[in-house]
Design a protein around this ligand. Structure first.
Ligand code: GLP
Length: 241
């Protein structure tokens, strides 16, 4: 595990963007695993800037996202499809047909999970998987539980997760209670993982996840078993490491 300790959010976003940019340059048709949340927003901004300056070409890049809320359509401002369009896809020359997210409006969410797994299977191994970290140790929307869920599945979000994400909605009640998320095995299959952590509120869980017991009670702890993880964080989030 390599740890990049940066002064602040801006610096970590630059470093993370440099890592993604290097991946795109080395392998123009790479498969990127993408994440939402506030941690990667700055990184996406830097990537968009690199594209504007002519330093990056996304025309052959393919992407899969980790998760999506059940019930939110692509046009909903809090859907992850909308987030990706706003923060990255509409700013670079990635082909919309090369971008993949679970469909939150599928009439049968379980069937949608199987469809998403087939897409993951067809696309092959993710070259670089971007991850954020929930305060309870979740990655994607893999919440703490008794087992590491392998494949794409529907999750009931924990109250703490709903609470954490309520800041993006008008009220707690509007946050969807369920989501579709890629499973832990799919995340672990990536050749390389880029974990982004920012802010003091993440410091405790960063330490627990990266140095504590490996347990499905802390889903991100499984990353200790991955051979190629880069953690990019600001000083506050990494202060106990
Ligand atoms: C959400 C997302 C996760 C993300 C997490 C942390 O729950 N499903 O993929 O990593 O939030 O978000 P943030 O980066 O805003 O702290």
């Amino acid at each position: 595990m390599r740890i990049y300790r940066e002064k602040n959010y801006e610096a970590m976003s630059q470093t993370a963007a440099n890592i993604v940019a290097a991946q795109v340059k080395v392998k123009p048709d790479c498969l990127l695993g993408l994440a939402t949340g506030s941690s990667p927003v700055g990184m996406y901004g830097v990537l968009a800037e690199k594209f504007r300056r002519g330093e990056l070409d996304f025309s052959k890049v393919r992407s899969v996202n980790l998760d999506e809320y059940v019930g939110l359509a692509a046009w909903h401002p809090q859907s992850y499809r909308y987030f990706m369009r706003e923060n990255l896809f509409s700013h670079v020359n990635i082909e919309p047909s090369n971008t993949h997210l679970p469909d939150g409006t599928a009439t049968d969410p379980e069937e949608e999970c199987r469809r998403y797994d087939r897409i993951l299977e067809e696309l092959g191994r993710v070259d670089l998987q971007v991850l954020g970290l929930g305060h309870n140790g979740h990655i994607g929307f893999n919440e703490p539980g008794d087992i590491f869920e392998k494949s794409t599945h529907v999750v009931n979000l924990q109250d703490s997760t709903i609470q954490a994400n309520a800041r993006f909605f008008d009220s707690f009640d509007q946050v969807p209670r369920r989501a579709i998320t890629m499973g832990i095995a799919s995340i672990m299959r990536a050749r390389c993982i880029l974990l982004l952590v920012s802010g003091e509120s993440k410091a405790e869980i960063v330490k627990t996840a990266l140095t504590g017991d490996i347990t499905p009670r802390v889903p991100a702890s499984v990353l200790q078993l991955h051979p190629n993880v880069m953690v990019v964080g600001d000083e506050e989030a990494l202060k106990y490491l």
